[in-house]
Design a protein around this ligand. Structure first.
Ligand SMILES: NC(=O)c1ccc[n+]([C@@H]2O[C@H](COP(=O)([O-])OP(=O)(O)OC[C@H]3O[C@@H](n4cnc5c(N)ncnc54)[C@H](OP(=O)(O)O)[C@@H]3O)[C@@H](O)[C@H]2O)c1
Length: 304
């Protein structure tokens, strides 16, 4: 009788926060033997409750914790400041303490919004942070807490996440395509549109590599290749929707000054990914391919 070799580490489940979010849903889709994801909903694990976090992490042996739970409403954060800090700074601190006690890795999702956006080149992991809004400031504080409390941390900064789940820019554009004849989108903020599914697949590989010799703990940028303005991204969505026979609006480009929002946003959100390639041997595909997959999925859905 043949027996299947078992690996005591990878047989353990991974505790995932934020499993109902865009990134979390993509990670849950990957759950399988060898990458078993346990993602309690907030009724079971409320990230505002730091004792709840400690108890959950200590409740059983985990392979690792992935924190994709967060307060992500960038504009509302300007007024719901306390909640943003509780979820984006306090919860990561509690997760880092608990995972350090358990001596397991913490993979923590963070954001391009920790940067001010004034650099002319893509941001490196070594560039100083300098957030321009409450969301970015709370996420930067979360990064600092994670770094301080668990040496086995990997902070993955991503950006401009798109997926068939949750609410995101692509879904907004497709909704506007149905209802508007003209859409104006800013063309002076540039960043790296990133597919939640590509990100999740990379996280899975990265975790395996963290468990090898000389794990590359620290901070690493994780985005699809290339760069775009929001206007470029809208163009890509409408071109594909139009080619599929959908009604598309006329798209115009406007500066950020003509689209005021409660929170300021970094003009340059580009993240350099050389470290991702150097440390983990990964390079995500161009954003255009990733966006095409998301739009294809959304166009195939009867209601959006
Ligand atoms: N979206 C982007 O463009 C983007 C860009 C850069 C970085 N990131 C980072 O990537 C990570 C994942 O983002 P995302 O887009 O997947 O976020 P998301 O779709 O907004 O999901 C946020 C998740 O956090 C959970 N959550 C919120 N409050 C909670 C609480 N009190 N207790 C437990 N869970 C709670 C939500 O659960 P409920 O469903 O119960 O509300 C949801 O599962 C975050 O760290 C974010 O900062 C995102």
């Amino acid at each position: 009788m043949s027996s299947v070799a078992r690996n005591p580490e990878t047989d353990l489940p991974i505790l995932l926060t934020g499993g109902t979010g865009q990134v979390g849903a993509a990670l849950r889709r990957l759950s399988c033997p060898g990458f078993e994801v346990y993602a309690p909903e907030r009724e079971t694990l409320d990230l505002r409750d730091y004792e709840n976090i400690a108890t959950m992490v200590a409740s059983r042996p985990w392979r690792a914790v992935i924190n994709s739970g967060a307060y992500t409403a960038v504009d509302r954060a300007e007024t719901e400041t306390e909640l943003a800090w509780t979820l984006n700074a306090g919860a990561p601190a509690a997760l880092a303490e608990a995972t350090a006690r358990a001596d397991i890795p913490l993979i923590h999702l963070s954001t391009d919004f920790v940067f001010p956006g004034t650099k002319s080149q893509p941001y490196l992991e070594t560039d100083p942070v300098g957030p321009v809004g409450v969301y970015g400031a709370s996420k930067a504080a979360g990064e600092m807490a994670v770094q301080a409390k668990n040496p086995k941390h990997l902070i993955l900064r991503t950006a401009w996440v798109v997926s068939p789940d949750g609410s995101n820019f692509i879904k907004t554009m497709l909704r506007l395509a149905d209802t508007r004849d003209e859409v104006a989108v800013v063309n002076d903020q540039i960043g790296c549109p990133t597919s939640a599914d590509d990100l999740a697949a990379a996280v899975r590989l990265i975790l395996a590599r963290l468990e090898g010799e000389q794990p590359a703990f620290g901070i690493c940028h994780l985005v699809n290749s290339g760069e775009a303005s929001w206007h470029d991204l809208a163009r890509a969505v409408f071109d594909q929707a139009g080619a599929a026979g959908r009604k598309v609006p006329r798209l115009t480009a406007i500066p950020t000054s003509q689209y005021p929002t409660p929170a300021r946003r970094p003009a340059n959100s580009r993240l350099d990914t050389a470290k991702l390639t150097r440390e983990f041997g990964l390079r995500l595909r161009p954003w255009q391919e990733a966006v095409r997959d998301v739009v294809t999925t959304l166009l195939a859905q009867p209601t959006r």
